[in-house]
Design a protein around this ligand. Structure first.
Ligand code: NCD
Length: 346
């Protein structure tokens, strides 16, 4: 395992992650990826630890991935699903968390449809003075750090499988396309990609962009293609975050294209004329990828609306699609996060 210091007690957001922390996660995940390629895919690292998956919102891959990651580290796992829990009898979120605390939980993995719930549970654990770590597994439209870290790991290992690290993405062009407004994944991705020195190009119809970005577009309607929003960080003097309301300039010469699910369950208004038109304008297809670098790769956090944000054919094309690798990487990255949070507690 890499011998790096890790002082973080909770993982709630990537907004304050340092380059050293990103690299620690990437290198630790690479070690676990190696473990997962062995015949015996299990290590005793978190033996005796309890990991509770508190999923107040439906999930397939994130919940299963955290569960498998905890099991591969030999932790005991507890799974909670709101629909079959005492919440249906009126128990509050914090009381539910305290119930798991009383059973000796060391790490709580929390997903909730409201932004801020993992932070609230973490604050309560800190207030109680207990050494429980909270890992945000997706909160409302806020953040989804473990998904962004597995996306980062998937891309970095593609470039250098032996030594995945943040600097590999410097000056790469990454397009994030689709329902950015509702996407906690995009919000976490933007932090990690900007930290790496990559150029991040967001492309969406204005109705699917965060309000601030959409207002910017309306104010600058004379602009035809793009304008940068965040110019730079002190370490990077060039613009890094670009905004597009047409797909083509975002795809032009892109190294990676991340397409996002249209989150119909979060839409409170009719934001699109039709799914067919959306697919025509913003759906990623093999033909549209011709604008990108010839070795471009496509990512999607899943679940996918086939034929809407990405063509079914492209999704299954191993030459371009990293979607299955993302799922596979997820276990190693979540093992890394659980290990880094849990190993200090022994
Ligand atoms: C994402 C999520 O739940 O935020 N999925 C995931 O965790 N793999 C994206 C989505 O739901 O579209």
């Amino acid at each position: 395992m890499p011998t790096t210091t890790w002082n973080r007690h909770h993982v709630l957001s990537l907004s304050d992650f340092t380059s050293a922390e990103y690299d620690t996660v990437l290198q630790t995940a690479a070690s676990f990826q190696e473990v997962l390629s062995r015949r015996t895919k299990k290590v005793p690292t978190l033996q005796g630890h309890v990991v509770a998956n508190l999923f107040f919102e439906p999930s397939t891959r994130t919940r299963s991935s955290f569960e498998l990651a905890a099991k591969r580290l030999s932790a005991d796992t507890l799974n909670f699903a709101a629909a079959t829990s005492s919440m249906t009898k009126g128990e509050t979120i914090l009381d539910t968390a305290k119930t798991y605390l009383a059973m000796g939980t060391d790490i709580m993995v929390v997903r909730h449809r409201e932004a801020g719930v993992p932070n609230a549970i973490a604050a309560e654990m800190d207030r109680l003075g207990v050494r429980v770590s909270v890992l945000n597994a997706g909160d409302g439209q806020h953040e989804h750090p473990s998904q962004a870290l597995l996306d980062l790991f998937t891309i970095c290992t593609l470039i250098d499988s032996n030594h995945p690290r943040l600097e590999l993405l410097k000056n790469k062009k990454i397009a994030i396309v689709g329902d950015i407004l509702h996407s906690r994944v995009a919000r976490s991705n933007i932090w990690s990609f900007i930290a790496s020195g990559a150029q991040v190009h967001l492309a969406a119809p204005p109705t699917l962009l965060p309000k601030l970005f959409a207002e910017y577009i309306l104010e600058h309607s004379e602009l035809t293609t793009e304008e940068f929003i965040i110019s730079s960080s002190p370490s990077s003097p060039t613009p890094q975050l670009f905004l597009h309301w047409q797909l083509e300039p975002a795809l032009q010469d892109a190294d990676f294209v991340m397409t996002l699910r249209l989150q119909k369950e979060r839409m409170t208004a009719h934001l699109l004329p039709s799914l067919r038109e959306y697919h025509q304008l913003f759906g990623i297809t093999r033909t549209k990828l011709q604008l990108c670098k010839s070795n471009v790769k496509v990512l999607h956090p899943g679940p996918v609306n086939r034929g809407v944000e990405i063509s079914s054919e492209l999704m299954d094309d191993p030459e371009f699609s990293l979607i299955q690798s993302q799922v596979t990487s997820g276990v190693a990255v979540r093992m890394a996060l659980l290990y880094l949070l849990g190993s200090g507690k022994s």
